[in-house]
Design a protein around this ligand. Structure first.
Ligand SMILES: Cc1ncc(C[n+]2csc(CCOP(=O)(O)OP(=O)(O)O)c2C)c(N)n1
Ligand SMILES: [Mg+2]
Length: 799
């Protein structure tokens, strides 16, 4: 019976809305979702009291959580553990989320979180063996440090390491993954989303069906980091996009009402830490971490909402931080009043034990025994571990980086296969009208496979993708305006001129044995790149490509590059076959559209962690993509992609260059025969587009005894190919490294020693390029033309 008066309704409303669990749902724009939530909340169906057994199990779990923290603190006094205490209930909440996800068909739960409470989550939620965690602690004290040599990764602190284990639930086994993450808060968020999306996708059929019930993303945020780090907003923005959705992420804000030493009113302009999520139509449940039953109810409601609407949901778990930012910190220096309160505040386990004692469910002695049991268990494991020291080496084999990033692979594809594929790539369904201007351009792709040649960049790329799909390699390509291509060159997805309907011929190849995904990304770099990194880690056999609008914009995602892409293998033994396509080249468009900041990637390259290539012909790009997909060693490939070269006649290729050969790390001068090379005195070595500026310069024809070779692969430096190149030029007296980037940028400073090492002592090595500059290029097109002209002349020795 609905209440008739306010007086009748008030007690019920108070009970529902004014307790330890509060709801923010009225900002949601979907009427249906609001109605559903109101009914779910007011019916109380997700706030049913726990059964007696559930209550006992909850106390036992809280006792394990507390016992774990207590033991570590005592055994390793002063070591950082970033204790969970104050938010202990997070562990039973995660238990519940995993159970419910499994009940709804999930076989994989991927979690991302920072330092706080991580060891407890590793031990209890993921089920990492206690001895492994204790070993990490002991490692700081007594174990021989892991030596670093060329073949070994350098590891990471224990509260960044990820783990994966199988957990048994009432609905079957679930793989639980805690993703490795760097210190940079929140940057793991998009990585987790990418991993989950990959886990939800079927890569064994061309359809690539996506089922969001197969895996769940759980992101645990800090209350200061959630509103502060922009990557959170970028990640939330991915949640509803067809190419990125994971069917609703469970967000848990581990809200201890402080960030390091910073109070909330210094850390955000909003009332609640969670307010950012309101703009994404996300329901928010605030729950008091001292009421474990309410916290479990919040998860039940959140998971039911996710199941119903496949939408993100936020649980703001409001508690405290019993200790300082870490265990060595004195928190009362900066929050004296808060810490007086915390000191007197009993832990949630103690409070809950008292509640169960009142119900005569668990007596005080039994409650104490539960905490003691966990500590005793850890003590026993610890003793055993200590007794084993001095035995076998603790070197971690799985972090070995290994060599061989430069393997020569057969990437050629028979001409008949390419001809057939090319036809299929030009096919559209009956009644589909291609834009008339575009139809003509596409028609030229048919001729390009003929005698005359003329296979341009985009066509070579589509052919590489199509052949890989036939081999069973899944391909995923994303980036800003990538479906058409920033430079209107790709056109993988066509729009019907009459209806606007989309159609991608490459997704309808009868030869395909794996899916092809292509999506325009939102206007983000950090989350967009982080997502693809996560995707590529989860499906190592896939060719996953992220394209920047212009190469410069990759620096918005610098954290993902530094903390995950280049160092993930060394820190965590985590490799990625990701490919970055970064438009690069000096064409007079100003400082921001010229440089992909090659120098940064060159500086970050070591131990064969990545590959860096500036390919200068369509055929090279074709072989490069195929090599990247088929390479036995999965590594990130950074490709400096062209702009003007996309259509430049000289950069196009013939069919036989695709049906024969392979990617070449160095391209020798095609204008000279062997005899002419023997007479060359000046060897110009350059990379990428500047090659065409030099050989196309009016002075090139008159430059006698000059050869121009291209270093296509900048890292790993092709030592053997360089030696071979030099051996063809016995009369050389000077090698001129020529680049269009300033001297403090580009490849020069990273390849200089490599070039020198290969040269006889009587051969000079010189630099020609822009001088040292604070900004990558000139702002004025005419200034640019003068500079390009000077560089080409100087390289050719023509003044
Ligand atoms: C991007 C980034 N900036 C700064 C830091 C340094 N830092 C580590 S923890 C922390 C406070 C985080 O506060 P909060 O998000 O509330 O999490 P808590 O530590 O309270 O659990 C800061 C500033 C960091 N790790 N990452
Ligand atoms: Mg905090």
């Amino acid at each position: 019976m609905p209440a008739e008066t306010l007086a009748e309704a008030l007690p019920k409303l108070r009970e529902t809305y004014c307790g330890t669990l509060a709801y923010e749902i009225e900002h949601i724009s979907s009427h249906e979702q609001r109605l559903w939530l109101r009914a779910a909340i007011e019916s109380g169906r997700y706030r049913q009291p726990l059964t007696l057994d559930e209550k006992k199990a909850l106390l036992a779990r809280l006792s394990e959580v507390e016992g774990f923290e207590r033991y570590l603190r005592r055994a390793f006094l002063g070591q950082k553990q970033f204790s969970i205490e104050g938010l202990d209930v997070m562990v039973p909440m995660l238990d519940e989320a995993i159970e419910l996800a499994a009940g709804n068909g999930a076989s994989h739960v991927v979690m991302g979180m920072a330092h706080r409470g991580r060891l407890n989550v590793l031990a209890h939620t993921v089920g990492r063996q206690a001895d492994a965690i204790l070993r990490e602690f002991e490692g700081e004290r007594v174990l021989e440090a892991v030596a670093t040599d060329l073949e070994t990764g350098s590891g990471d602190v224990k509260y960044h390491l990820g783990a994966e284990a199988t957990r048994t639930t009432r609905s079957g086994d679930v793989t639980v993954t805690l993703t490795s993450n760097p210190s940079h808060l929140e940057y793991v968020d998009p990585v987790v989303e990418g991993e989950v999306r990959a886990s939800q996708t079927n890569h064994d059929t061309p359809e690539g069906a996506h089922d969001p019930d197969l895996a769940l993303a759980v992101l645990i945020h800090g209350d200061a980091a959630f509103p502060g780090q922009g990557v959170v907003a970028e990640t939330l923005n991915l949640g509803g996009l067809a190419g990125y959705t994971t069917g609703g992420t469970l967000h848990l804000i581990a809200n201890n009402q402080v960030g390091f030493t910073t109070d909330p009113d210094e850390g955000r302009s909003t009332r609640y830490s969670s307010d950012l999520a309101k703009g994404f139509d996300t329901p928010i449940f605030h729950v008091n971490a001292d009421d474990p039953e309410a916290a479990v109810s919040a998860i039940r409601l959140a998971m039911a909402f996710r199941e119903e609407f496949h939408h993100d949901v936020v649980v703001d778990l409001v508690g405290y931080r019993r200790f300082g930012h870490n265990e060595g910190d004195e928190p009362s220096y900066t929050q004296p009043l808060m810490y007086k309160l915390i000191e007197e505040h009993p832990p949630v386990r103690e409070q809950y034990a008292a509640r169960l004692a009142e119900l005569d469910l668990v007596g005080p002695a039994e409650a104490e025994r539960l905490v003691e049991a966990e500590q005793a268990r850890l003590r026993a494991v610890h003793e055993e571990l200590k007794a084993s020291f001095g035995g076998a080496s603790t070197r971690r084999k799985e972090r070995r980086i290994g060599r061989g990033a430069d393997a020569q692979l057969d990437t050629a594809v028979p001409a008949e296969t390419l001809l057939e594929l090319n036809e299929r790539l030009l096919e559209v369904p009956e009644g589909f009208t291609v834009h008339p201007k575009l139809a003509k351009e596409l028609e030229r792709r048919r001729d390009a496979l003929g005698e005359e040649g003329g296979i341009a960049w985009a066509q070579a790329e589509a052919l590489a993708f199509g052949t890989l799909l036939a081999d069973g390699t899944p391909v995923r390509l994303t980036g800003q305006d990538t479906e058409r291509g920033t430079f209107s060159h790709r056109h993988l997805v066509l729009s019907d001129y009459m209806t606007g309907e989309k159609y991608a011929p490459i997704q309808h190849l009868s030869t395909a044995r794996a899916p092809f995904q292509v999506h325009n990304s939102p206007l983000s770099e950090a989350a967009a790149l982080g997502f693809e990194y996560g995707y590529s880690v989860e499906v190592p056999r896939a060719l996953v490509l992220w394209e920047a609008q212009f190469g410069d914009f990759v620096n918005s995602a610098q954290v993902i590059v530094d903390q995950f892409i280049v160092s993930g293998l060394s820190k965590w033994g985590q490799s990625s076959r990701l490919t970055l396509l970064l438009p690069h080249g000096y064409e007079g468009n100003g400082p921001e559209h010229s440089s992909a900041r090659l120098e940064r990637f060159m500086q970050l390259a070591a131990q064969e962690n990545i590959r860096i290539v500036n390919a200068s012909t369509a055929a090279q790009y074709f072989h490069l993509l195929r090599r990247q997909a088929l390479h036995p060693k999965g590594r990130t490939l950074v490709v400096l992609t062209p702009k003007g070269l996309l259509r430049l006649k000289q950069a196009t290729s013939h069919l036989d260059e695709l049906s024969r050969g392979s990617f070449k790390a160095i391209l020798d001068d095609p204008r000279l025969d062997a005899d002419q090379k023997r007479e060359v005195g000046r060897l110009i070595l350059c990379s990428g587009k500047v090659y065409y500026d030099v050989v196309g310069h009016e002075a090139a024809a008159e430059a006698e005894g000059v050869a121009v070779a291209r270093l296509e692969q900048l890292y790993p430096f092709p030592v053997a190919a360089y030696d071979e190149l030099l051996s063809r030029y016995p009369s050389v007296t000077e090698v001129v490294w020529t680049q269009e980037e300033p001297q403090n940028m580009g490849a020069w400073r990273a390849v200089r020693h490599r070039l020198e090492e290969g040269l006889p002592s009587d051969v000079d090595l010189r630099y020609v390029g822009r001088p040292w500059r604070a900004s990558p290029s000139e702002g004025y097109p005419t200034a640019h033309l003068l500079e390009q002209d000077r560089i080409a002349r100087e390289a050719l020795g023509a003044f």
